[in-house]
Design a protein around this ligand. Structure first.
Ligand SMILES: Cc1cc2nc3c(=O)[nH]c(=O)nc-3n(C[C@H](O)[C@H](O)[C@H](O)COP(=O)(O)O)c2cc1C
Length: 249
């Protein structure tokens, strides 16, 4: 006990990692069954139904998308086509089916509990007004949380990273901790971060295949993003992605 406290004082992350190891001999006590979640906001101000995804737009071979995938931070000031945006977000995050009542996506999540939620700051997407939205992965629609121009606020919250100013939209991937904690207890924090990593690679690969550009950002002021995106307690902003058409194709 004394050892772990000493480690905690030096490095709380390492202390957590050690404390959340599954003991050997194996003894893994689940907290419960867990509830697959979805954030149903009662307070959104409007809904935008997105277009059906167009598979034809995603013809790039997987091997090419993997090899082309790069973090790109300069974008053209060009509006993203509504069909392209709809196809992008569908393949990144839409619900694709169910197993035992748990929604399944194009990325895996621990216990199929779907800990990540996707929020989007729209700046320059055809047919969608500027604002902060939550993506509804069941109905493939955007729920308007706040309308208006939030680009400068997101830029300030992301430690003034210039890609935010140039982007057409920014995606905030949020971890909903309780969802995974309800089944996995102390081990949940690992799983929430790991879930988010999987959706992140989707964002990169789908953007690449659609000839869009993106970069992942972990450097930001958590509380400021939480305020801008109106997150609730227990909803952690984990990664921010700027997206736009690349300056050079
Ligand atoms: C967890 C994580 C956090 C990152 N944070 C930032 C960031 O705040 N700003 C940034 O410009 N790039 C950020 N990146 C992008 C990395 O710098 C980039 O992936 C790395 O340089 C490798 O380049 P590549 O993605 O083009 O292969 C982050 C990447 C990851 C995975």
């Amino acid at each position: 006990m004394k050892d772990i406290i000493e480690i905690f004082i030096r490095d709380p992350g390492l202390a957590y990692h050690i404390s959340s190891k599954i003991p050997f001999p194996y003894r893994f006590e689940l907290e419960g069954r867990g509830s697959p979640g979805f954030k149903r906001r009662g307070d959104y101000q409007g809904i935008i139904e997105l277009d059906k995804p167009d598979k034809e737009l995603l013809k790039m071979p997987l091997s090419e998308a993997l090899l082309k995938r790069r973090s790109i931070r300069r974008y053209r000031s060009k509006s993203i086509d509504f069909k392209v945006f709809s196809t992008f977000i569908y393949f990144v995050a839409a619900v694709q089916g169910y197993k035992y009542g748990y929604p399944l996506r194009t990325y895996p999540t621990a216990g199929a509990l779907n800990s990540p939620e996707v929020f989007i700051h729209i700046d320059n997407v055809e047919l969608i007004d500027k604002g902060i939205y939550h993506y509804n992965p069941f109905s493939h629609s955007l729920e308007l949380i706040r309308s208006g121009d939030f680009k400068y606020e997101v830029y300030k919250a992301s430690l003034e990273q210039s890609q935010v100013l140039e982007s057409a939209f920014n995606i905030l991937v949020v971890g909903v901790y309780d969802r995974t904690y309800s089944k996995y207890g102390l081990r949940a924090y690992r799983y929430v971060l790991e879930d988010v990593g999987h959706i992140g690679q989707n964002i990169y690969l789908v953007a690449t295949a659609l000839n869009l550009a993106t970069v992942c950002m972990g450097a930001f002021i958590d509380d400021e993003l939480s305020t801008i995106f109106q997150l609730n307690d227990g909803e952690f902003p984990l990664l921010l992605y700027s997206v736009g058409y690349p300056v050079s194709p």
